[in-house]
Write a protein that binds this ligand. Structure first.
Ligand SMILES: [Zn+2]
Length: 576
């Protein structure tokens, strides 16, 4: 952890309302501090350059069994994208699903210092942590999948919210996970019998619980426990024409809940305001009734998000090109496979969840893909308040995270969008509103959707996503002079965001102009919440009883801290 002073840069730090002011940033022992003389500190002159907090990715599939399956299914992905070994860095390969080393390096060269894994199945937690442990540089955490978990469905069916909360609390602690992920609630369980659910009030097989009841229950559990992030929702009917409507209705379910964050020892910081975080909204913003009359349904989602204060979305954009589609939503992947073919794999994870993986390429010549590209951009450009949205590709579902700079260019430049509209299928302009939007984001907006808001949304803005005193010394310097920035020169924007001039992690330069200069070990954040001990004892008795249906011994189920690198527990709700 280093001491470093960044001088004279144009600073974009939205959490502290700093919009392009020229100022100096002082880092000591890895943290942002007040001005000091800095005799022994390294000094970087950032004159004429853009300074932002390190990027924060709040939804990316980077570790665990299904990611690894994606690597195995795409050998062709591995010879086209290679980073050679250096004195500091391992070699690595892979484009849509890079190896663990490569993904750490590529995030760092792009200016990102924090990445959260979007879906960790409890039974695969050990594998997920092993891969996170091997991913260099970036701080990480993982959301645990609960939306079709047998214990959750049973407790919620019985109306026992306290037991559901005690179970979640124990599970997050046992598997060293950060928050609650809910994927196709009720539907993935029915998928075990080759079925799905298609409306919020349709009960699933055997448990007879509806998506609405699961979303409501998990959102209540989330706020009861006081977790840092809200319920993280992958809504039902994902990837099907017309799914925007069920998505909007799903977002309404936790609208009356109050966000409760009870992080011990952290009082004064930018707290989350949402009670639901909709993941990769693009895949749930499809309009039309079939693929024949397919169109963007973004407006329906955006109108609701603009009118509601309890929702944050990440866009899950499609930048065109190869992707590997992977999700806990097995039936959605199967439907896509039936439609397009390709290499498909599917798995069921005992009493907990499932997953599907499919190789995929988004083509400019394809009418549906072109509309998907437009939807991803609409879902940011049409939202009035940038604090309600986050930039992602749902890596690697919409495309790999290394394409974020292309998305930033499209969001900042109307010319970039118009030039793409000329080269892609006409459905993009005919079946969406993208061609009529003249909004261009500025650097402040970009800083919100790539660092400040993801940090706020996942409840970690006391140390990430800003450059105030006490923040982690994670800083990115881009070779962009805001005073001469020309939005029509979008290839330049893309280039500059792709390769940061400097990426600094905890005061140490980790990347410089695309080269890895240091590869420190990042932290793993997870949540330790506390509930009534008696209820937790009762819950554990239930879990032990049902564990006869698992292929694993109960004692081998929890993940020990030694599987984690720099384990950093976040204590919540400790006042009991
Ligand atoms: Zn995802």
């Amino acid at each position: 952890m280093g001491d470093i002073i960044i001088k004279n840069g144009y600073v974009f730090d939205p959490i502290n309302n700093i919009n392009g002011e020229v100022m100096d940033i002082f880092i000591k022992d890895g943290k942002v501090v007040e001005e000091y003389d800095g005799k022994d500190a390294k000094v970087i002159d950032a004159r004429g350059k853009t300074v932002m907090p390190g990027g924060v990715d709040s939804h990316s599939h980077v570790a665990g069994a299904k990611v690894n399956r994606g690597r195995i299914m795409r050998p062709e992905d591995h010879y086209q994208w290679v980073r050679s070994k250096t004195d500091i860095a391992h070699s690595g390969t892979g484009y849509t699903v890079p190896s663990v080393y490569l993904q750490g390096y590529e995030y760092a060269t792009m200016g990102y210092t924090t990445v959260f894994e979007a879906a960790m199945p409890p039974l695969e937690a050990r594998h997920t942590h092993e891969e996170m442990k091997a991913t260099p540089i970036v701080d990480m955490g993982a959301y645990l999948v609960f939306g079709n978990n047998w214990f959750i469905m049973r407790y919620l069916r019985e109306g026992d919210i306290e037991k559901a909360a005690a179970y979640v609390s124990w599970m997050l602690r046992a598997h060293k996970a950060y928050g609650i992920k809910c994927v196709n609630p009720a539907g993935v369980e029915s998928w075990g019998w080759a079925k799905n659910v298609h409306s919020l009030d349709e009960p699933n097989i055997h448990f007879e619980i509806t998506p609405c009841e699961i979303i409501r229950g998990l959102a209540e559990v989330n706020e009861l426990l006081g977790l840092p992030i809200s319920l993280h929702l992958h809504a039902n009917n994902l990837g099907h024409p017309g799914c925007w409507e069920i998505t909007r209705e799903s977002l309404k379910i936790p609208s009356d809940l109050e966000p409760q964050m009870k992080i011990e020892g952290e009082q004064d910081f930018e707290k989350r305001t949402q009670t639901v975080y909709l993941a990769h909204a693009q895949f749930n913003a499809f309009g039309g009734t079939s693929w024949r009359d397919f169109e963007s349904g973004a407006k329906g989602i955006v109108d609701y998000v603009n009118s509601a204060d309890h929702v944050v979305i990440d866009n899950g954009a499609v930048p065109f090109g190869p992707a590997t589609v992977m999700t806990g939503d097995g039936p959605a992947i199967f439907d896509l496979y039936k439609l397009v073919g390709g290499k498909w794999s599917n798995s069921d994870i005992e009493l907990e969840c499932g997953a599907g993986v499919l190789t995929f390429t988004y083509l400019k010549s394809n009418p549906v893909h072109s509309v998907q590209w437009a939807i991803g951009l609409e879902l940011i450009l049409m939202i009035k308040d940038m604090w309600k949205c986050i930039l992602t590709t749902d890596h690697p579902n919409g495309g790999p995270f290394v394409k974020y700079p292309s998305l930033i260019a499209w969001l900042m430049s109307e010319k970039a969008r118009n030039d793409t509209l000329e080269t892609c299928h006409k459905w993009a302009s005919e079946k969406s509103e993208i061609a009529t939007i003249d909004r261009e984001l500025d650097l402040y907006d970009v800083a919100i959707i790539t660092r400040a808001n993801p940090a706020k949304t996942i409840g970690i803005a006391y140390r990430k996503g800003h450059l105030g005193v006490g923040a982690d010394g994670d800083v990115t310097i881009y070779d962009i002079d805001p005073t001469t920035l020309d939005s029509s020169n979008y290839t330049e924007i893309e280039k500059k965001f792709r390769i940061a001039e400097y990426t600094i992690k905890e005061g140490e330069i980790v990347a410089h102009k695309g080269e890895i200069t240091s590869a420190p070990t990042g932290r793993i954040f997870y949540t330790e919440s506390k509930v009534n001990e008696e209820i937790e004892r009762d819950v554990l008795a239930d879990v032990r009883e049902w564990f006869k249906y698992y292929t694993l011994g109960f004692e081998n189920y929890p993940v020990d801290e030694r599987y984690l690198r720099r384990p950093t527990p976040i204590k919540v709700n400790m006042e009991g």
